[in-house]
Design a binder for this molecule. Structure first.
Ligand SMILES: N[C@@H](CCC(=O)N[C@@H](CS)C(=O)NCC(=O)O)C(=O)O
Length: 200
């Protein structure tokens, strides 16, 4: 195998993995899994919880969890310009925002889209919606051009993926100009547009 294999679901948590690979100029194949594939023994050996994203490297190693895959790819493609170099403060801020987004906004989205897994559906969903909006406000309160600072980083790509899941995104962005600017900049990248256009 000469390319990466991304295990995903169309438009879901595999997007950030695709964005990074596309921006790094790496070859990859997207394998979209149905529920029965995700529950199957073969995939559970790669991702024990049966969740996507998971990644198989050209060397045949596998890794799951979107944050871990993101950090792994940032290390593997240091020249892709998606994180500042070692020792630069923007590097720690990129890691900080990635970590924050993965533990807070991604989780709120999971509660919003799979509420029955967490408790009474309507209550869980409405609490997740409030939480999502509070996190949007917090992001919008940042005044820097991008999450980590002056230049775009993987944290902005990760945010963009999470925003893509919001069915009322236009309304959410309309009242949050700082977050809107980041979404527009990321959405204007041809590599990101290519990934979105190729979603099965
Ligand atoms: N913490 C995990 C969450 C992964 C996750 O929940 N993925 C969702 C799609 S966005 C999934 O696999 N859903 C299918 C399912 O849970 O049945 C990560 O960041 O990778």
């Amino acid at each position: 195998m000469t390319s990466f294999r991304v295990y995903g679901i169309s438009g879901a948590g595999s997007l950030v993995v695709e964005y990074i690979l596309a921006l790094a100029g790496a070859n990859y194949e997207l394998i979209c899994l149905e529920k029965e594939d995700r529950d199957g023994e073969a995939f559970r050996r790669i991702s024990p919880a049966g969740q996507i994203p998971a990644l198989e490297t050209p060397e045949g190693d596998t890794i799951f969890e979107s944050l871990a895959i993101t950090i792994y790819l940032l290390e593997r493609f240091p020249d892709a310009g998606l994180i500042a170099p070692q020792g630069h403060p923007q590097r720690m801020h990129c890691l900080q925002w990635l970590s924050f987004l993965s533990s807070s906004l991604y989780s709120a989205n999971l509660r919003f889209y799979y509420p029955d897994r967490y408790g009474p559906e309507n209550e869980v969903r409405s609490m997740a919606q409030s939480e999502r909006r509070a996190i949007y406000d917090l992001i919008d309160a940042q005044s820097l051009p991008y999450l980590a600072g002056e230049t775009m980083s993987a944290a902005d790509l990760y945010l963009y993926m999470l925003l893509m899941w919001d069915e009322t995104l236009d309304e959410e962005l309309a009242s949050r100009p700082n977050m809107q600017r980041i979404a527009e900049k990321v959405g204007a990248l041809p590599e990101v547009q290519g990934v979105m256009a190729r979603q099965p």
